[in-house]
Design a protein around this ligand. Sequence first.
Ligand SMILES: Cc1cc2nc3c(=O)[nH]c(=O)nc-3n(C[C@H](O)[C@H](O)[C@H](O)COP(=O)(O)OP(=O)(O)OC[C@H]3O[C@@H](n4cnc5c(N)ncnc54)[C@H](O)[C@@H]3O)c2cc1C
Length: 300
Amino acid sequence: MKKYDCIIIGGGPAGLAASLTLGRARKNVALFDNATNRNRVTQASHGYLTRDGIKPSEFKKIALDELKEYPAISIFNETVLEVKRNPNGNSYVVYSEQREYHTETILLATGIQEEFSLQQIRDYYGKSLFSCPYCDGWEMRDLPLAVIAENESHVLHLTKLVFNWSTDLIVFTNGVEVSVDVQRDLKRKGINIYTEQIKQLHGNDGMLERIELTSGETISREGGFVVPSFYRPNQFAEALSCEIDETGAMISDGAGRTSINGVYVAGEAEKANPSSLLIAAAEGNRVAASINFDLVQNRF
Ligand SMILES: Cc1cc2nc3c(=O)[nH]c(=O)nc-3n(C[C@H](O)[C@H](O)[C@H](O)COP(=O)(O)OP(=O)(O)OC[C@H]3O[C@@H](n4cnc5c(N)ncnc54)[C@H](O)[C@@H]3O)c2cc1C
């Protein structure tokens, strides 16, 4: 029975960077990916040094081509369904749709996913509605934008940020009332706010054109920014008994070691919060060094 040094679940920037570092450290790695990376809905990724504006699919292709140079890295386009700690010791079993795989260590790099209370946002997300101004603010600069935020604390935070790229803003809370103070701060900057529920988003091919309120009033907007909720799309951390704090973040030592020996986490999966391609890749690189160090230490 083949036993890998590390099974990496997730081939986003975190898992890909970790694979590269471990492959170069002569470790037998199995990388699993099922192509549900969070940025699959968008056409261009920004802000990754040397790759600004690259298509997510091209980014992944370049990374996978680089991994193919290292014979100890096996790549499986399979969904991992279950992970278990082997009762006989410090090793793990990973079950995909196809079969089971054995490993000494496991890296959770499965990222996060978004949820929207207003389902129609999905149709525009990644094309004209975005959640990260640092990723897409430049492309949306000076356009007439909507800020859709359904929570008072998000309203001012996101509006202040997006105002950096466009001052032509209208805030929509989709039925949530906000305090007089927030309304006054927005008014001071000439920003209108609609607290009425949104009835319908109108546009073509993901490009927003108008927002219709329940009163029937429609407001023209060419795009905007939204605040999704984020969640880990699996229960692997729980199944492996990894400690999770009250914010939903996995407890780690800051270098990817979770509370369970042999189980590591990298990328957005760790805090269940959004970050960026560059940060996720850097974390994958750093956590791979922890994994390698622990393996060499145990074997020396
Ligand atoms: C619309 C949009 C635009 C964005 N634009 C930018 C941008 O311009 N610049 C930027 O820096 N960032 C951008 N981001 C954010 C960026 O996508 C994330 O920060 C980054 O992808 C996080 O990397 P990760 O490796 O943690 O997770 P992900 O990239 O999400 O990768 C996780 C991987 O795990 C795999 N996986 C999950 N579960 C399983 C399973 N059970 N079995 C097998 N595989 C599994 C998935 O297939 C996926 O490939 C954007 C995000 C979105 C949604």
